[in-house]
Write a protein that binds this ligand. Structure first.
Ligand SMILES: [Zn+2]
Length: 313
């Protein structure tokens, strides 16, 4: 690994020398003065974009529409990381590669932000009827961004780091973060409105369940086929039967699936029970089209609040 990185760095130096001759002066200045921020997955990318707008050069390593749990950095990603002033990752199980790669780099001038340290992390949970992976032991649930109040803590951590690293724009980062936090507070209130006086508190997922923090924040009970970071997608007949029985017994009106899912299990359960199939978007990643269109986590989460309201009737 070390040797590969050394080769990459040599190649990079050569590329930078070439780029110097071909770039227009404006672009060069841009690259030289703007803070370079790299994130692993979509939520920190999206939050940083809200806080920094065009003030930073922002890169997301995970390609849009790809699976966040099996991501491994490419040589190009390692170059992007090495060139960063700020690197933002979650710090859960899916980021096992981060420490390994950072250990082989000079990170003395880099600000590193592991977001799991900015919230009260909860352990991944296995509930009745759930098909858990064999080797799954006790691990922190890494889907920390799915509850609005957690998102606020994360935004504060990112904004503080940007302001410290780029003092000239500190006021801008603080102002934009405050505006975004106000929107997240409003989102929190719409989740409260959807849940506080709801007729029921139980939700059913024909999918993985990356919403432990959301369920905890709004006191929801959940049943799901798999834990949040499971690599499994094919449920056993017993798992499907359990979820169908749950929906029938409690007359639950909605069966959820998550984003970038094949939705097959949700279709099966919806057909068997008459429950409506709806999306609860965890914002792990978004489609290429949504990425190009600039779709934001908060847009997806506002729709989540609407869908949750429908599920709790
Ligand atoms: Zn996950």
């Amino acid at each position: 690994m070390k040797r590969i990185i050394m080769l990459l760095l040599t190649a990079l130096a050569a590329m930078a020398a070439l780029a110097g001759c071909t770039q227009k002066p404006d672009e060069t200045r841009d690259l030289d003065t703007k803070l370079r921020v790299t994130t692993t997955i979509f939520p920190p990318y999206d939050f940083t974009r809200e806080i920094a707008g065009g003030l930073v050069n922002l890169t997301m390593l995970l390609p849009p529409a790809s699976e966040s749990h099996s991501y491994e950095p490419t040589p190009k990603d390692i170059i992007a990381l090495q060139n960063s002033d700020v690197f933002i990752y979650v710090g859960g199980e899916s980021d096992d590669w981060v420490e390994r790669v950072l250990a082989s780099m000079d990170t003395s001038k880099m600000t590193l932000i592991g977001l799991i340290d900015s919230v009260k992390a909860l352990e991944e949970e296995s509930v009745e009827g759930m098909q858990a992976d064999e080797e799954e032991g006790e691990a922190l649930d890494e889907h920390i961004w799915t509850a609005p109040r957690n998102a606020i803590s994360i935004v504060r951590a990112i904004a503080a780091a940007l302001a410290q690293k780029d003092a000239a724009n500190a006021e801008n980062y603080r102002r934009r973060a405050a505006e975004y936090i106000a929107q997240l507070e409003e989102l929190h209130r719409s989740f409260e409105a959807a849940t506080i006086h709801a007729a029921r508190r139980t939700i059913v997922f024909a999918d993985r369940f990356p919403f432990r923090y959301l369920a905890d924040a709004y006191k929801l009970t959940y049943f799901a086929a798999f834990p949040g970071c499971s690599t499994e997608t094919e449920p056993s007949a017993a798992t499907v039967a359990f979820l169908i029985d749950k929906i029938r017994a409690e007359k639950i009106p909605v069966v959820f699936h998550i984003e970038l899912s094949n939705e097959r299990m949700a279709d099966t359960i919806s057909e068997a029970t008459g429950a409506k199939k709806l999306l609860l978007h965890a914002c792990h990643n978004i489609s290429k089209q949504d990425f190009t269109n600039g779709v934001r986590c908060i847009d997806l989460y506002r729709r989540n609040a609407e869908n949750l309201k429908e599920a709790l009737r």
